[in-house]
Design a protein around this ligand. Structure first.
Ligand code: 13P
Ligand code: SF4
Length: 302
């Protein structure tokens, strides 16, 4: 164990803290985390933790969600600048307009959104449960925010609903092109292509499997195929290799990196545990309104 890791272990004990990490953070951070997972798993875990302090190795909407679900805990962000660009891509006036236009509208909000945006939603979803939740909602008309790509994928899976799309997108996933897939498939002809639904339709059309990061990991681990081209952020390679040391994983290209997730480092984790700086603060008024759709998600996804 390095001195840095030893310091983190010691500080964690001293603060009665736990480290939650998303699959997209740096390998060495995943290595020391107590829980690693996708957004859905991490929000379920956060709710039942007994420790006093959560260090969230991820981007700001993840820390906010943890604070909404566990208001009595201290939630620390290793780097306050680690943010998800898509989490802000909603025009609030448009939500109001949609509500006026459709009487039975459900505003379905991807968890990749700010707490403020969540206050306008009826239910949150993650990429792991969006299809199931939209299918089970009593409403026919759905306004899916902020991710237009995930929204379009959900709409295709639930054709009985009228899913109205927003124009938000993940700058990392949506930047990958059909050409990237064509080149990777030519280079690795025996590999299956698996993809996250935040990617554009042209990529999803080429995939053997479409799903959240944990969906991708489960699919790959249970598949009889031995080679895979991975259509999501390159942090998942850590868990893919850990669970499947005998299988081969190929990058779609070298640009599949969420630089915000990579802002989280061991040094910064040690620093926040030492100083207790970078605490997520949410007013009681904001919490009351933003928690409802998150709680609804956990209920609907059961
Ligand atoms: P997951 O829902 O698979 O965790 O994805 C979160 C995310 O940020 C994808 O870009
Ligand atoms: Fe946001 Fe995309 Fe980064 Fe995920 S990969 S946190 S959606 S910018």
């Amino acid at each position: 164990m390095s001195t840095l890791t030893e310091d983190i272990v010691r500080l964690k004990e001293m603060r009665n803290a736990v480290i939650l990490a998303h699959y997209y953070v740096n390998d060495e951070v995943q290595e020391i985390a107590d829980y690693i997972g996708d957004s859905y798993y991490l929000s379920k875990v956060a709710k039942d933790l007994k420790e006093d302090v959560i260090v969230f190795a991820g981007v700001s909407f993840m820390g906010e969600s943890a604070k909404l679900l566990c208001p009595d805990k201290t939630v620390l962000m290793p780097d306050m600048k680690a943010d998800c660009a898509m989490a802000h891509m909603v025009d609030l006036d448009k939500i109001q307009k949609m509500r006026e236009e459709y009487e039975d509208l459900a505003v379905v909000c991807y968890i990749n959104s700010t707490a403020k945006i969540k206050t306008y939603a009826d239910v949150c979803v993650t990429s792991a449960n969006a299809v199931k939740i939209v299918k089970n909602l009593p409403n026919k008309n759905i306004f899916f925010i902020p991710d237009g790509n995930l929204g379009r994928y959900v709409a295709e899976q639930v054709p009985e609903k009228n899913v109205i799309l927003n124009d938000g997108y993940c700058p990392v996933h949506a930047a990958q092109t059909k050409e990237d897939v064509k080149n990777a498939k030519a280079k690795y002809p025996n590999a299956e292509f698996v993809v996250h639904p935040e990617c554009i339709k042209e990529l999803l059309d080429e995939a053997s499997y479409i799903g959240s990061t944990s969906g991708i990991i489960d699919y790959v681990s249970n598949s009889s195929c031995n080679e895979f081209i991975i259509g999501t952020e390159d942090g998942v390679f850590y868990e893919l290799k850990k669970q499947n040391p005998e299988k081969k994983f190929y990058k779609l290209n070298d640009k599949f990196v969420c630089h915000d997730m990579k802002l989280v480092t061991l040094e910064k984790i040690k620093n926040v545990l030492e100083t207790m700086e970078n605490q997520v603060e949410i007013s009681e008024e904001l919490r009351e309104k933003a928690l409802r759709p998150l709680d609804n998600m956990l209920e609907y996804a059961k």
